[in-house]
Design a protein around this ligand. Structure first.
Ligand SMILES: Cc1cc2nc3c(=O)[nH]c(=O)nc-3n(C[C@H](O)[C@H](O)[C@H](O)COP(=O)(O)OP(=O)(O)OC[C@H]3O[C@@H](n4cnc5c(N)ncnc54)[C@H](O)[C@@H]3O)c2cc1C
Length: 474
């Protein structure tokens, strides 16, 4: 692209791809940067190009028609010199100066070498998605214990099954596609432990009835699990993992309505891999340092506040997809389209408004958000989950901080949020910067507010070489 960009999009998942395609169709010049090697995000994760033909994953995907349409729109945009697509570019910092955004990224296309890249545009759209939310339990740091998103990423991104006999646990509908995908690849999924009870959905009939495609999808997964003989256990949790060098068994227990293990219900199940997931936490790293207002979502997360056109509270900054609340790919797609329509409407030459089409996208967003809220309420974190922890259970794996140390920081030293616990214990100060332990430490600090991740000025580790490179280009 020879001319300056009108819009910079960070994140090429469903939200970022849809936003880019809409912006291109509206005549904008766009830069689209993503830390992954190919566009698609978590939902449309594929093996790297050279390996795609050898690793068929088509049966694990949904909505591939939409993916192909978006991919074609992006490649037409590139051919016409309107799109600067930047795969393997991890954005580590964003600043706003003089009504424009400066984005610092590291180009990792030739990893392990990396070089610094600086991109600028008057408008920025952040669509960086979410990551697995984890709750610790004794043994969760053993090799072979993964997140369910990690299991899914291995499967979709490399055709790899992490084990031959796998137990899954946590809460939320995402357990189902992961179990079905593993079973379809010949893995013995010995049990799926869902902490909530599916009947909790009946308290939200409106969103259920307005989204028949969702329950049809759920029914398909249910049938797939039945076909493979996978046992689905409601109101049950994986409360421990055991093994010496790696996991060899898990302890599962029935839960009381409050989430405490029911005495006498615990039993051991032999496995060689485990996947656990407690929903997702939005990836807000690039948004919080820019000063965006946040809102509490029903699932215990803080999410970025947007208006009905996906505008954040910072002028020129838009957000779409799971940074605005966890709700699945169809919601992310609709929010991406809506955000790009707002960028076009707010620009110097707004297009003729297409009121009906925009109203339809807004209605789609509202319908999916109502479903997402119902999902969050039907699959809460079990209030009594800290009862699974012993004082020796490691909570922050990077800094090896135990539950006992976190509890002491709260009870004896008066810490009442994860930032204070971090200052007192180093929990959240390591390599992952609290992405893994942050939500758990937040719950242990017994706060009733939504989890707001600590502000990180650098969103990914950057080598000194790349920083020096940046300095040399000034
Ligand atoms: C590990 C994992 C696996 C999942 N698998 C499925 C699944 O199989 N089926 C399903 O229905 N839902 C799945 N989900 C939920 C899924 O994320 C959403 O429904 C959907 O993909 C959300 O779209 P999005 O565009 O908001 O975000 P995403 O699809 O997550 O896309 C965000 C993109 O932003 C990029 N990014 C993030 N930070 C940066 C940065 N600093 N610099 C540059 N790029 C960045 C990421 O590489 C990613 O490509 C998964 C979620 C996770 C976390």
């Amino acid at each position: 692209m020879t001319e300056p960009a009108d819009l910079l999009v960070v994140g090429a998942g469903p939200a970022g791809m849809a936003a880019t395609a809409t912006a291109l169709a509206g005549g904008l010049r766009v830069v689209l940067a993503d830390s992954g090697t190919t566009a698609g995000g978590q939902y449309w994760r594929h093996p790297p190009e050279p390996a795609r033909a050898a690793i068929p994953t088509g049966d694990l995907h949904h909505g591939l028609g939409a993916y192909r349409t978006l991919t074609e729109a992006l490649s037409t945009g590139r051919d016409r010199g309107r799109l600067d697509l930047r795969p393997a570019h991890h954005v580590w910092s964003v600043t706003r100066e003089d009504d424009a955004f400066t984005v610092h990224a590291v180009d990792r296309r030739h990893a392990p070498e990396e070089s610094a890249v600086t991109l600028r545009a008057p408008r920025l759209l952040v669509a960086t998605g979410a990551y697995d939310r984890q709750l610790p339990f004794p043994g969760w740091d053993l090799p072979g214990v993964l997140t369910i998103g990690g299991l899914q990423a291995l499967l979709k991104g490399g055709g790899v099954t992490a084990g031959r006999r796998v137990a899954l646990g946590g809460t939320g509908p995402f357990l189902l596609p992961v179990a079905a995908g593993l079973a379809a690849r010949g893995v013995e999924v010995v049990v799926v432990c869902e902490a909530a009870h599916p009947l909790a959905w009946l308290r939200h009939p409106g969103p259920l009835l307005r989204n028949p495609a969702k329950w049809a999808e759920g029914a398909r997964y249910g049938a797939a699990l039945a076909r493979h003989g996978v046992r689905f256990r409601p109101r049950t949790a994986i409360v421990g993992a055991e093994g010496t060098d790696r996991v060899t068994s898990v302890r599962i227990a029935s839960l009381t309505p409050g989430g405490a293990p029911r005495p006498g219900t615990g039993r051991r199940v032999d496995v060689d891999a485990v996947g656990v997931g407690w929903g997702f936490a939005p990836q807000l790293d690039l948004l919080t340092p820019l000063g965006c207002a946040l809102t509490d979502a029903a699932d215990g997360n803080a999410v970025v506040t947007v208006d009905d056109g996906q505008r954040t509270t910072v002028p020129g900054l838009y957000a779409a997809g799971e940074v605005c609340g966890v709700g699945g790919a169809p919601l992310a797609l609709a929010e991406g389209r809506l955000a790009a329509a707002s960028v076009l409407a707010d620009g110097p030459a707004p297009p003729v408004p297409r009121g009906r089409r925009l109203a339809a996208v807004r209605a789609t967003v509202a319908r999916h958000r109502a479903f997402a809220r119902a999902m969050a309420l039907a699959h809460p974190l079990p209030a009594a989950w800290p009862a699974w922890l012993t004082d020796e259970t490691v909570v922050c794996r990077c800094e090896e901080v135990t539950a006992g140390a976190v509890r002491a920081a709260c009870a004896e030293d008066g810490a009442h949020d994860h930032r204070q616990v971090k200052q007192l214990t180093r929990a959240g100060m390591g390599w992952c910067q609290g992405r893994v332990c942050g939500p758990a430490v937040h719950c242990l600090a017994a706060t009733d507010r939504a989890y707001e991740p600590a502000e990180r000025l650098i969103a990914t580790p950057v080598t000194l070489g790349a920083l020096a490179d940046l300095d040399a280009r000034r």
